[in-house]
Design a protein around this ligand. Structure first.
Ligand code: NAP
Length: 508
């Protein structure tokens, strides 16, 4: 396969190419920059850094993981305004990271990856983008899994004549005041949007397909004294971070359906529902019918009370179709709308980036992932030499901070990149080692709440029914298994230099 850049286009050459400037791509870039050993270029399709925290600007957007934990361990921020920081503050944190860590000169903005292709003769990846062509021996895909909006497949959606936008593509030019607003979805995004929309809508209708479990949000604004303490005594911020981490880690047995754990969290959620929703009919509609944790457990103090407001309706009849004026329910009733917000999540099961990555022999990553993502150490794929995938298969979490997973992968990939350059090698996992690794993940996920909890979720792949997005074990186990690179399990081909003559091929 002869990768090329199109007529008359010379590639910009570097040692490492990173796709994406969200938490994972940016974190990887900071690690390489601090290490100072490698040339690298970061490709970003937008005009700013920040990934999902740049794109999700909907009213009420905030992180539901505590900010002192949901931030890089190597860049603590003593001045988080509150326990759960709002989106703009997290985005500012990422922008400051890119700027202050000297990453920005490495970023090529407006560079949407159209094709990434491995050239075995060159020992290089060639990456065609909307902003030039690039070439490097190592490619790190850090496109994220919450980056491409998923639109609902509802009959007539396109015929709607009012305004419609996805939660991740909010149109701030549209004035929602006094409008009849509909929100499709009741996931983590929707429950943040709904209370905000209710503040000014003339009427708000929430279209629920599945009731989520919701627990109280234990939030507070940090006082100047607290921020000062975190600043002057960084060990206090570290202690808080550790406490938050172990709090999440200790909840993992809920996902394994250990009775005492699952009973306790279920009681917390149903107590919250009982306490916040006195109306028995509304409470009945909001009662989940599957085991807690099968879908993401949400946190909110204002979602339930919003649904009880006189100008807010929770519709559970199901959507039959949409026409130019609004939504027609399965029971024949109609809801006319000015604005329809689709808070229907992201393309996670089949990552769009896999459509443009072509490995040895030209095979597309999406073609080898038809039954869901599979990767060795959750990071590398047989047939895709020197490709490292961040937040790829089985790296998501049901509870806990993704930053821990990201930093684990940063450590692994940095060591792998050192190995590649220091030994002039091309690495890809041995197919048998990869199969055994993926099998071990699926074995571990058996009996978990995600598979046995009685819900349908985007955590499971629609074709294989397997858990392909989440890590099915303790976070500490992820780090123990995948925190450090070893050539064991890899096929290593040695070259005189990247792009040079192949010397030998050895399975480790
Ligand atoms: P989501 O969790 O995938 O939720 C999508 C919602 O849309 C669900 O309620 C789903 O119903 C509904 N839906 C999808 N298609 C539908 C259809 N055709 N008809 C009716 N309803 C439909 O998406 P999200 O809320 O954007 O959250 C995605 C992920 O982003 C979260 O799990 C979380 O990891 C992350 N997130 C995090 C935060 C944070 O604070 N850290 C905030 C927002 C999002 P069903 O349940 O029936 O499928």
């Amino acid at each position: 396969m002869n990768a090329h850049c199109g007529a008359g286009r010379d590639p910009s050459q570097t040692e490492v190419l990173i796709i994406g400037t969200g938490f994972s791509g940016l974190g990887m870039a900071v690690a390489l920059r601090r290490q100072g050993k490698r040339d690298f270029i970061v490709l970003e399709r937008a005009q700013d850094v920040g990934g999902t925290w740049r794109d999700n600007t909907y009213p009420g957007a905030a992180c539901d993981i505590q900010s002192h934990l949901y931030s890089y361990s190597f860049r603590p921020n003593p001045r988080w305004s509150r326990v759960y920081a709002p989106q703009a503050e997290i985005h500012d944190y990422l922008r400051a990271t890119a700027r202050e860590e000297g990453v920005l000169p490495h970023v090529r903005f407006g560079a949407n990856v159209e094709k990434a292709e491995w050239d075995d003769a060159l020992g290089m990846w060639t990456v065609e983008t909307t902003n030039g062509c690039y070439r490097a021996p190592v490619l790190i895909s850090a496109g994220g899994h919450l980056s491409d909006p998923s639109y609902p497949d509802i009959d007539g959606l396109k015929s709607f004549k009012g305004r419609i936008f996805h939660s991740a593509r909010w149109d701030h030019g549209y004035d929602t005041a006094g409008k009849r607003i509909g929100v499709i979805g009741t996931g983590a995004s929707a429950i943040q949007i709904v209370p905000e929309m209710a503040k000014t809508a003339s009427h708000l209708t929430v279209f629920q397909r599945t009731a989520p479990y919701i627990i109280p949000r234990r939030d507070h604004v940090y006082s100047e004294a607290e921020k000062g303490m975190f600043e002057r005594f960084p060990e206090t911020a570290q202690e808080l971070r550790d406490e938050l981490f172990w709090g999440n880690e200790s909840r993992f047995p809920q996902r394994r359906r250990v009775p005492a754990f699952i009973e306790q969290i279920t009681a917390t959620a149903l107590g919250h529902l009982e306490q916040q929703v006195p109306d028995p009919e509304l409470r009945r509609k909001l009662m989940p019918t599957y085991a807690i944790g099968c879908k993401r457990v949400l946190i909110s103090n204002d979602y339930y009370p919003t649904l009880a407001l006189p100008h807010v309706t929770l519709e559970t009849a199901g959507i039959a179709r949409i026409d130019e004026a609004g939504v027609i329910l399965r029971d024949g009733r109609r809801v006319d709308l000015d604005l329809l917000v689709v808070a229907t999540g992201f393309e996670v099961a089949d990552l769009p980036i896999a459509e443009v990555i072509h490995g040895a022999g030209g095979q597309k990553l999406s073609d080898v992932w038809t039954a869901g993502g599979q990767a060795y150490a959750c990071t590398t794929v047989a047939g895709f030499p020197n490709l490292f995938i961040m937040l790829g298969p089985n790296t998501g979490l049901g509870a806990g901070s993704m930053i821990f997973m990201i930093e684990t992968q940063i450590g692994y990939i940095r060591e792998a990149v050192d190995f590649v350059f220091e030994t002039s090698s091309i690495v890809e996992p041995d197919p048998d080692a990869q199969r055994a690794y993926v099998d071990s993940i699926h074995k571990r996920s058996e009996g978990s709440v995600w598979l046995a909890g009685g819900c349908s979720s985007w955590y499971l792949h629609p074709v294989s029914g397997k858990l392909t997005t989440l890590w099915p074990d303790f976070m500490t186990q992820f780090r123990a298994e995948n925190g450090s690179f070893s050539p064991q399990g890899y096929v290593v081909r040695r070259q005189l230099a990247p792009g040079g003559r192949e010397l030998e091929r050895e399975a480790q």
